[in-house]
Design a protein around this ligand. Structure first.
Ligand SMILES: Cc1cc2nc3c(=O)[nH]c(=O)nc-3n(C[C@H](O)[C@H](O)[C@H](O)COP(=O)(O)OP(=O)(O)OC[C@H]3O[C@@H](n4cnc5c(N)ncnc54)[C@H](O)[C@@H]3O)c2cc1C
Length: 580
């Protein structure tokens, strides 16, 4: 089999051309136009990642009366007091500026009579966002950034203890890239497909999170020895059944009532109304025999139906098709809601790289932004932009301060050959086999199903009502080790399957790290997200700390390290937090 090897070099390689990656690219080109920037993107930046289908609101914006302090307070409250205060605050300081930048790129914002953005809540503003991704991609292209579409990053190039570039392969041709870079920004988003999803068969990838974001950025970081944080704060989305459409549009947009099958508004039974608690309350209502649960829109006037459908068309058209299919309107009958499978994501949850306020990871030359960066939940699109901006400035500073020491793009041949073999090893010798039915033993779909079954049953998936406890987690740990061994002989019939093979390999490593985090945190406050039913009691000593992990690629072991919680000024300690 002949594989073409392409060698490239750049100043800054950005892995992932989504929200954070594109914003970082534009920032670098605006600040230092002479800096060469190369975005490596597995899909096509025009319609890739979480924003591919569009969104209809900017979920993190400080409307009049809101401040970076109040944003931090809100995020803390929603996360039971435990977040990286310094990171969340640094995002809050930038939210409005990056939002205005998005408008300047040409995205339409709804405005009131005085020309102000039209709020959808205290920290949201309304947009016409179906084209948000093409708008962002166009800004990246205009900036002079080089873009390598349909190219899948597989590992970092590590040299003398620093990141010196990235290995990648074409999603379509037998082409292997060796990309030398002075600095690398990881912006690959979070991880979907770790757990068995809501739908199965042909519709199994109809999920809430982008199914192509599979945690490769986490896996690459783990393999390079980077420190990861808070994987145990999984994110579970409360969504509309079958189509998995977001609920904010109706919950905030038209004040839909959240009711059980008896028509009772049930949230009040469960105390605080945080995002995890809305999810948890719905699970509990089902358990108590009062399900299914709904968002009730039957009160909205007929005139609102069209507006709602338009709002969904710019983000999640599936639900509009469902209404059309059923001959229904939004206000015909209540919408059934469900919990999605858990995702590992740093934008809604707080899983990801352990970073400082400059979004530097613990490995020299590597920066992280967006859903792949940990410690700061609820960052959404604009928080990802803010992190992209911070990572961009830090990468430029790092290059400037390091000087000529970084200018040695040579990557030793044995290292190149070893990664090339790892990447193309699974490809069947013919390299052109037509995949038969999904689920062939030894091929990616079969391994994906096996991984998702383990995680669903033993690590708190949908079928387990998201509950976790020690003995099952220990079994998950054992089964994942067996899976990891078996998957080393995974096969791929063609290039499409080769991409899928690496996706599932990366997911297994992320799942292993996740299970270690879930085992280690022996407390429960992020209900459903991290529901340790064997540790229900409040214990601040177990709670107010960060659980971080390292992977040893020689031994295959994952080690856990605790880091203390700190306030924004860097003072360590337990906090008297009664917000939960
Ligand atoms: C369905 C949905 C609806 C949302 N709605 C809203 C909303 O209304 N308002 C709001 O403010 N926020 C919303 N969000 C959140 C927001 O979209 C995300 O937080 C944000 O887009 C994440 O940015 P990111 O750059 O980290 O990831 P992404 O934008 O997903 O970008 C990651 C990129 O990395 C690429 N990639 C992945 N792996 C590799 C690899 N191995 N090699 C190369 N490239 C790779 C992907 O293809 C993708 O382009 C929503 C999220 C989802 C999933």
């Amino acid at each position: 089999m002949t594989i073409k090897v392409v060698r490239l070099s750049t100043d800054v390689a950005i892995v992932g051309g989504g929200a954070a990656g594109c914003f970082a690219a534009v920032t670098i080109k605006e600040t230092g136009p002479e800096t060469d920037v190369l975005v490596v993107e597995k899909a096509h930046i025009k319609r890739s990642g979480c924003l591919a289908a569009g969104v209809n609101a900017i979920n993190a914006y400080l409307n009049p009366g809101e401040t970076p302090e109040s944003y931090l307070e809100y995020v803390k409250k929603d996360s039971a007091g435990l977040v990286r205060d310094d990171l969340v605050y640094s995002i809050g300081q930038r939210l409005n500026r990056v939002t205005e930048k998005l408008e300047s790129w040409g995205l339409p914002f709804l405005k009131d009579e005085s020309g102000r953005y039209k709020p959808r809540g205290k920290r949201n503003v309304q947009i016409i966002g179906e084209n948000i991704k093409p708008v962002i991609a166009a800004a990246a292209e205009r900036s002079g950034t080089r873009i390598l579409n349909r190219t899948v990053a597989s590992n970092y190039i590590v040299k003398d203890g620093r990141i010196a570039g990235v290995f990648a392969f074409s999603a379509r041709e037998k082409k292997f890239y060796v990309i030398s870079a002075k600095a690398v920004i990881c912006a690959t988003g979070g991880a979907a497909g770790i757990y068995r999803p809501n739908n199965d068969g042909m519709t199994r990838h109809k999920m809430w999170y982008c199914p192509f974001n599979v945690g490769t950025g986490f896996a690459m970081g783990l393999r390079a020895g980077a420190e990861m944080t808070t994987f145990e704060m999984r994110f579970i989305a409360l969504r509309i059944n079958d189509v998995l459409s977001p609920t904010g549009t109706v919950a905030q947009g038209v004040r839909a009532r959240q009711v059980n099958a008896l028509g009772e508004e049930y949230q009040g039974r469960y105390g605080s109304c945080t995002t995890p608690m809305r999810m948890y309350a719905t699970i509990e209502e089902n358990r108590a025999g009062r399900g299914p649960c709904y968002l009730d829109l039957t009160h909205i006037p007929d005139g609102e139906n069209l507006r709602l459908k338009e709002a969904y068309l710019s983000m999640s058209p599936g639900i509009v098709l469902k209404w059309a299919d059923e001959g229904a309107e939004p206000n015909t009958r209540p919408l059934e809601i469900c919990g999605s499978e858990p995702y590992i994501v740093g934008g809604h949850g707080q899983a990801g790289y352990w970073v400082d306020t400059g979004r530097r990871t613990t490995v020299r030359g590597l920066f992280a932004a967006g859903d792949v960066a940990g410690g700061s939940p609820k960052k959404y699109v604009t928080g990802c932009f803010a992190e992209g901006e911070m990572a961009a400035h830090s990468a430029m500073k790092y290059i400037k301060e390091s000087g000529p020491a970084l200018c040695e793009p040579e990557v030793a041949e044995p290292i190149v050959v070893s990664e090339l073999n790892r990447v193309f090893g699974p490809l069947d010798k013919a390299g052109s086999a037509v995949p038969e039915a999904a689920g062939r033993a030894g091929y990616p779909d079969a391994y994906e199903e096996r991984l998702q079954k383990i995680m669903d049953e033993y690590a708190g998936g949908i079928s387990a009502n998201y509950e976790i406890y020690e003995t099952k987690l220990i079994r998950a740990r054992e089964l994942l080790r067996i899976l990891e061994k078996d998957i080393s002989t995974i096969r791929a019939g063609d290039m499409y399957e080769l991409v899928k093979a690496h996706e599932v390999i990366d997911r297994v490593l992320v799942a292993r790290a996740l299970v270690e985090h879930l085992i280690y945190r022996k407390e429960t406050r992020w209900r459903s997200y991290q529901e340790r039913v064997d540790y229900p009691e409040r214990d601040d000593r177990q709670w107010f700390k960060f659980i971080n992990s390292f992977y040893n690629s020689e031994t295959g072991e994952i080690k856990i390290k605790e880091r203390p919680w700190q306030d924004r000024a860097g003072t360590e300690g337990l906090v008297a937090w009664d917000g939960c």
